[in-house]
Design a protein around this ligand. Structure first.
Ligand code: ZN
Length: 144
């Protein structure tokens, strides 16, 4: 039952992504590519005073990569870059099976991707959006 609930969340974000669009005034951008699956996204954020004010992605890929990027944006818009990085770190540990139940709760809908931890071939799909986010945040930090 839980599995079909998770599948529904992923399907919904894949078929009707809220954040798959260009955003106004983006000031940070990175492309993320996962050649093993063919996922190719560009993540754009508008960051002001360390807060992610808005974000969106464009590009294409499998259902898991698209849903994961969309869910991620749901979670990080309105948060500081540090908070987003912390969620990214928890997400990555979930995907590698090293996470507590409380932490899964913190991941909200992103917890729907926990089954990917049993699908090694899909791990790169699930982390692509988060990986691209890290590249943006860490790139900015080194500039500051
Ligand atoms: Zn993929």
């Amino acid at each position: 039952m839980q599995n079909s609930f998770y599948r529904e969340i992923i399907n919904d974000h894949n078929l009707r992504p809220m954040h798959k669009k260009e955003i106004e005034g983006a000031n940070a951008e990175k492309r993320g590519v996962n050649p093993s699956c063919g996922d190719d996204i560009t993540l754009k954020l508008r960051v002001k005073d360390g807060v992610i004010e808005d974000g969106g992605f464009t590009g294409d890929g499998c259902a898991i990569s698209q849903a994961s990027a969309d869910i991620m944006l749901d979670m990080i818009i309105g948060k500081t870059e540090q908070e987003a990085e912390r969620l990214s770190e928890i997400f990555r540990r979930m995907i590698t099976g090293k996470v507590s139940d409380a932490e899964i709760g913190e991941l909200e809908e992103a917890g729907a991707l926990i089954d990917v931890s049993h699908m090694p071939a899909r791990v790169k799909c699930a982390v692509l959006g988060w990986h691209t986010l890290d590249a943006i945040v860490q790139g900015e930090n080194t500039e500051a």
